[in-house]
Design a protein around this ligand. Structure first.
Ligand SMILES: [Zn+2]
Length: 561
């Protein structure tokens, strides 16, 4: 098999083949199953990775990664494939990956929305927000529909000379168009800008934008904070109404061992975390502190800042973005949810001091010039395409050009892609190694009478996270306590203690804040729990004991009385 490449966008068949080839390489580490079907009937594959020799996947704490719920953000799928490759090939030669696969599980859905991506990667592309299902209307709307009219595989911008156009050529660079000012001469050269496309039922005069009938946004269709179309465009008729989201929610909630969640998107070069609809002060303080710590490590590993959607990633004119996957993961399940937005042309062009969202509303022209220089020097001028004449079948002579948004903004250009996505595998591995993990601390049997024994088994959480993972999980009652079960052979009987004991939750090392923190360096044994039974049995009897916690794993041991 040819080595996998991480500098390209994978069509569905190629991606499935690549995933299957990795599973075939190490069936002991990776298996692939189908968790459901997309709107158009494509299988949605899920890869499960763990060392099967050290226990089944569902008895180990897990990290979940999915990608490409948005149709054009295909770099996310390449990043998910890179993670799979990194885990499979790193086992046995990378200590952290080896430890992670021996003791934890990864679930990876490399493409949540295969239908939308197929359109984006077609020879004559169509760019949708996400799903291909027509909603809220199924008829076709009149007006401008995006299309690669000149058949060069790109959808760019059309500029038309128009005395009432709102744009003029910039003095700083003749390719750049800037908004026209009120005091500009009335007889100057002005342009109207339209997306490259064709006009459905053109009357020769009016060019309205066709109201997009495929306007679903699958990342607004999750149950937490879901709001109707009247409040939030594209959210669908009800939470999890869309098959891709339903499949994801079903599969994730069925895997109760998942402690951390990543959704891979583009772009902005940032790791986003909840909340998306309220300020940080509303988050349980312990969860916020841990989120911030994980985010700081994430920045060290990936160079991406970690920010709250509410504080730093809110779109203008929108109160909040809700119904997204990462918030659902945190709010309802009580696990650490992230949205990774890969890649930023601004960063690549050397810009450093900008606001993630506001920049797109207003910024100095020097920033535009820096971006143009970057396109010229680093992308052979293919990022911003110089205007070229084209005879449009409906509009007559136009020019086509401008930013190749899909190839340069929505996705990392090939020469940047692998370096951009590679560090994120390490961030996922760090999360895996942060999850709680039950281990046996000590076992003690004491004869307390004639044929009566006290059995004491102590376990501890050897993870950074608490067994409940977050305070939010306790609030939502989404995580059960540790259960300790003793199984006695015939002839043995319990004198004290229930067969099944509930031992609550255990702290992890993340309880340590700092030696000079307000809580100080005190370190009690809140990471430790003991199960105790008194058993009447013939000396030499063997009893089985099991500790079970969905997020912290399973321990089985045997003691001899
Ligand atoms: Zn996205």
């Amino acid at each position: 098999m040819a080595p996998l490449r991480f500098d390209r966008l994978y069509p569905y068949d190629d991606l499935c083949q690549a995933v299957m080839s990795l599973a075939a390489q190490r069936p002991d580490l990776m298996t692939v199953e189908t968790i459901g079907r997309s709107h158009e009937g494509r299988d949605v594959p899920l890869a499960t990775l763990t060392n099967s020799a050290t226990g089944p996947h569902d008895e180990k704490p897990a990290v979940w990664v999915d990608a490409n719920i948005h149709a054009t953000e295909i770099t996310g799928s390449t990043a998910a494939l890179h993670l799979l490759h990194r885990l499979v090939t790193g086992y046995g030669n990378d200590e952290r990956i080896t430890r992670a696969l021996d003791t934890r599980t990864f679930y990876v859905v490399p493409r949540v929305n295969p239908d939308g991506v197929e359109l984006a990667l077609a020879a004559s592309p169509t760019y949708l927000r996400s799903s291909t299902r027509k909603w809220p209307r199924t008829d076709e709307a009149d007006g401008l529909v995006l299309e690669d009219v000149d058949g060069d595989g790109r959808i760019l911008t059309m500029r038309l000379l128009d005395p009432n156009g709102a744009w003029k050529v910039s003095d700083a660079d003749s390719r750049l168009l800037v908004p026209r000012r009120p005091d500009d001469p009335p007889d100057g050269t002005y342009y109207r800008l339209l997306d490259e496309g064709r006009i459905r039922n053109y009357d020769g005069v009016l060019v309205p934008y066709a109201t997009e009938r495929r306007s679903l946004d699958l990342n607004r269709n999750f149950p937490a904070g879901w709001r109707t179309q009247s409040e939030q465009q594209g959210a669908g008729p009800f939470p999890t109404s869309e098959p891709e989201v339903r499949v994801l929610v079903d599969a994730l909630t069925a895997r109760t061992n998942v402690c951390a969640y990543f959704a891979y998107h583009t772009y902005s070069a940032v790791n986003l975390r909840p909340y998306d609809d309220r300020p940080d002060e509303k988050m349980p303080a312990a969860d916020l502190r841990r989120y911030k710590q994980l985010g700081t490590w994430g920045e060290e590993i990936t160079g991406y800042k970690a920010v709250s959607v509410w504080h730093d990633f809110r779109y203008p004119n929108e109160e909040a973005i809700t119904g997204a996957a990462d918030s659902w993961a945190y709010d309802h399940l009580g696990i650490f949810g992230w949205t990774t937005e890969f890649w930023s042309p601004l960063k690549a062009a050397g810009l450093t001091d900008y606001h993630l969202i506001e920049w797109f509303e207003t910024h100095p022209i020097d920033d535009d010039l820096a971006l143009l220089r970057w396109s010229d020097n680093e992308l052979d001028g293919q990022g911003f395409v110089s205007w070229y004449p084209y005879e449009h079948p409906q509009l007559g002579p136009v020019e086509i050009g401008g930013w190749d948004f899909f190839h340069v903004w929505s996705n990392a250009p090939a020469k940047y892609m692998e370096a951009e996505i590679a560090p994120h595998a390490d961030f996922a591995v760090l999360h895996a190694l942060s999850t709680p993990r039950l281990e046996l601390h000590s076992t003690d049997v004491e004869a307390v009478g004639d044929g009566v024994f006290r059995v004491r088994v102590v376990v501890h959480n050897r993870g950074w996270m608490a067994t409940n993972v977050t305070e939010q999980a306790m609030t939502r009652k989404s995580v059960p306590p540790i259960a300790a079960t003793i199984t006695l052979p015939d002839g043995a009987a319990l004198v004290t203690g229930d067969k099944r004991l509930e031992l609550g939750q255990l702290a992890g090392w993340s309880r340590a804040v700092g030696m000079l923190s307000w809580t100080g360096p005190t370190d009690d044994t809140s990471d430790r729990a003991k199960a105790e039974w008194t058993v009447r049995a013939v000396p030499g009897t063997r009893v089985e004991i099991e500790f079970q916690h969905p997020r912290a794993g399973v321990i089985r041991t045997e003691v001899t009385l």
